[in-house]
Design a protein around this ligand. Structure first.
Ligand code: PEP
Ligand code: MN
Length: 361
């Protein structure tokens, strides 16, 4: 992704513009001591940007909803005494004015807010004429257009330094993640808005410490521009999101283990071999397309035959037979059940579409 944006945070007023940008700090500011202790440890590790939630969007009332504006005083101390840039979440116009009044360096807009165009427009209007960098988290629902719309509203207010944060999506199914990453959505956003830097929030995707490393690595392998990771001086005692927060020391280990791969190489052998392998892939893709075309022609013939004999299109038994057979054969071919089921569902759906058209002709 940074093939497009070579220095994504060039004008963001940061000292270190090398990839990845790391933003770290607690889910919520809880006390002056907690804010300062965490910040000092992060500063000692050369982390430049601090995060802390001041107003917390909680699913149910009567849980900790943030300390409010007093926390902004502590963030000021982080700027002055520790020497870090500070960032926080804003969800309404009042939050914007308070954050600006206290000189917060970077603001972000949370996943519940970016899902709401009215809220986004109000925040954008409140930011008119202000030169502050803004990150926009993906909306809770998996809708790239909605995410783009939120970004466009902020850009429409004249804000030039705008970034996106991928924090995963709410799903009905329970998965191993707190919020399903659905990596194809941020990739799609990146294709549609190549000049928006993209950072990953493994804390809210994972919801638990043990998978932060793998999510962060995946983000690096997809060329994300940075990471925002919830870090707390005493994570087990955190007032919000305790299960996913880590200590600054653990953050240091996580960063140390990250493998950063480059997008391009000048090595002639490498380029040559890669071209050769890509050529093979292109050849197989052509074959796949030819086979799909032939398969659909047969499906159409079946459609005509069913029409003539007044038989319904969908034959559940036949579909289950196909799927079972494919999954069984896939076992010896190192093709996962999930992949095969998804692919054959798509093929089957297209056959049904074609047969429906024939029936209605
Ligand atoms: C957060 O960053 O602490 C937060 C509330 O995130 P999200 O909007 O992604 O849920
Ligand atoms: Mn949190």
């Amino acid at each position: 992704m940074n093939a497009i944006l070579t220095q994504p945070f060039k004008n963001w007023g940061l000292q270190n513009t090398a990839r990845p940008l790391i933003i770290a700090g607690p889910c919520s500011a809880e006390s002056e001591e907690q804010v300062m202790d965490t910040a000092r440890q992060l500063k000692a590790m050369n982390i430049e940007v601090y995060r802390a939630g001041i107003w917390k969007p909680r699913t149910r009332p009567n849980s900790f909803e943030g300390v409010g504006s007093i926390g902004l005083e502590w963030l000021k101390l982080v700027q002055k005494e520790v020497g870090m840039k500070v960032s926080t979440e804003v969800a309404n116009v009042k939050h914007v004015y308070e954050a600006l009044r206290f000189g917060v360096d970077i603001i972000w807009i949370g996943a519940r807010t970016s899902a709401n165009p009215f809220a986004m427009q109000e925040i954008a209007d409140a930011l008119k004429g202000v030169d502050i960098p803004v990150f926009i988290k993906n909306p809770v629902n998996p809708d790239v257009e909605l995410w783009m719309g939120a970004i466009e509203r902020i850009q429409g207010a004249g804000i030039t330094r705008v970034g996106a944060i991928h924090r995963g999506f709410s799903t009905f199914d329970k998965t191993r993640y707190r919020n399903a990453p659905q990596w194809q959505l941020p990739i799609e956003l990146r294709q549609k808005m190549p000049n928006i830097p993209m950072i990953c929030d493994p804390s809210h995707i994972g919801g638990r410490r043990d998978i932060l490393q793998e999510i962060s690595q995946k983000a690096m392998d997809l060329n994300y521009d940075g990471l925002i990771i919830e870090t707390h001086c005493n994570p087990d005692k955190a007032w919000s999101d305790a299960k996913q927060q880590i200590t600054p020391t653990e953050l240091g280990k996580l960063i140390g283990k990250l493998v950063l791969r480059s997008v391009n190489s000048d090595n002639v052998d490498f380029i040559h071999n890669l071209e050769d392998l890509r050529h093979q892939i292109d050849k197989y893709d052509d074959e796949l397309l030819n086979i799909l075309e032939e398969r659909m022609k047969v499906a159409e013939k079946i459609g005509e035959y069913k029409k003539k004999n007044n038989i319904t299109i969908l034959q559940p038994d036949r579909w289950h037979e196909i799927l079972d057979k494919v999954l069984e054969k896939g076992k010896n071919r190192d093709l996962s059940d999930e992949f095969l089921a998804n692919m054959f569902k798509a093929i089957h759906q297209e056959s049904i579409n074609k047969q429906t058209r024939i029936m209605n002709e």
